[in-house]
Write a protein that binds this ligand. Structure first.
Ligand code: SF4
Length: 324
């Protein structure tokens, strides 16, 4: 049963103590995160960190043996125990989704215009057929593509154009929240920056929230208001973008940022190698980074550090005060 706790300053998305199990395996532990109206938040981390599992949980697309614990609120409603039909009402109309690969996501036999109009007819029932035609054109214009793209098939789109079409499709239902899954992974740095800008700027203007899931710290840092670093299934640092990049507090985040070239330079092909938490360590009563952290102490080996407020951010490290 879904209950209302709507408040005027309620974030669009709120995760509080959110954990996710697949069967007996813990995949995500104790996540705390909000996305407010007009805010762009990036969840970044290496592969295996749990980014895809988080995304599936937010879309209600987890495997059948998944169990969500804690709070997963969307616009004040808790969806932690929601059923399939509840998430179906959210997807498209309230939550827009931008997948990472246009060629894999767009049906090859459908024209762009037909795909857009299908979403509009499904979710914008307040509009007439003529409005839908105009809206389809306007949506393409909003992502920098003219009306000629309405008649194109996916194979006639470049990588960047395909991603723009995916953004237009995500916007078609006029959602409150956009979830974007590695939307720039197939793009060069210039196209990636352009795509993120056209995703973030109109969202801010429209009071829409954006949650970017990415391994690309450099590209997301250019548009995100806040960054949340996910590693080993836990958020280890969450803070304003500039503060986190210039003064990272968690030892692992310090190592990740030190391994990046300056943010104005070329991005690396891959996220730098970080200490990764194995399944056994996720379950253990210890910090997941104790095996590799240069600042490890006995306490780290006997107690999981909770995510707690430290100087305007959240950090999960027992010894952050001495290292911040
Ligand atoms: S809690 Fe200990 S092992 Fe974990 S990151 Fe902090 S100092 Fe390193």
């Amino acid at each position: 049963m879904i209950g209302w706790t709507m408040l005027s300053d309620t974030p669009i998305l709120r995760l509080e103590g959110l954990s996710l199990d697949y069967g007996a395996r813990r995949i995500l532990s104790d996540l705390q995160l909000t996305v407010g109206a007009g805010e762009v938040v990036a969840v970044v981390g290496p592969s295996g960190a749990g980014k895809s599992a988080l995304l599936r949980a937010l879309l209600g697309l987890s495997p059948a043996d998944a169990r969500v614990h804690g709070t997963l609120q969307f616009e004040g409603r808790d969806y932690a125990a929601a059923e399939d039909k509840d998430f179906r009402r959210l997807r498209g109309r309230r939550i827009g989704y931008v997948p990472q690969d246009a060629q894999a996501s767009l049906p090859a036999h459908r024209r762009v215009g037909g795909l857009l109009k299908e979403v509009l007819v499904t979710h914008r029932t307040e509009c007439s057929r003529a409005d839908h035609d105009q809206l389809a054109e306007a949506l393409l214009q909003s992502v920098g593509l003219d009306a000629s793209y309405l008649s194109r098939y996916p194979h006639a789109l470049s990588g960047g154009q395909g991603q723009r079409v995916l953004v237009a499709l995500a916007l078609a239902g006029a959602p409150k929240l956009i979830l974007a899954d590695e939307p720039t992974s197939a793009l060069d740095p210039v196209a990636a920056a352009a795509l993120l800008t056209l995703l973030a700027q109109p969202a801010r203007a429209a009071g829409r929230g954006v949650l970017l899931i990415s391994h690309d710290l450099v590209a997301t840092a250019r548009v995100a208001d806040r960054i949340a670093v996910l590693a080993g299934g836990r958020l280890i640092e969450v803070g304003p973008t500039a503060q986190l990049l210039q003064h990272p507090a968690h030892p692992t985040v310090q190592a990740l940022i030190a391994a990046h070239p300056p943010l104005t330079g070329e991005r690396p092909a891959r996220w730098p190698v970080a200490p990764r938490a194995g399944p056994a360590e996720r379950e253990a009563k210890a910090c997941a980074f104790a095996h590799a952290c240069p600042q490890v102490t006995a306490r780290c080996r006997s107690e999981v550090p909770p995510l707690r407020p430290v100087e305007g951010r959240l950090v999960a490290c027992h010894h952050v005060e001495s290292s911040a």
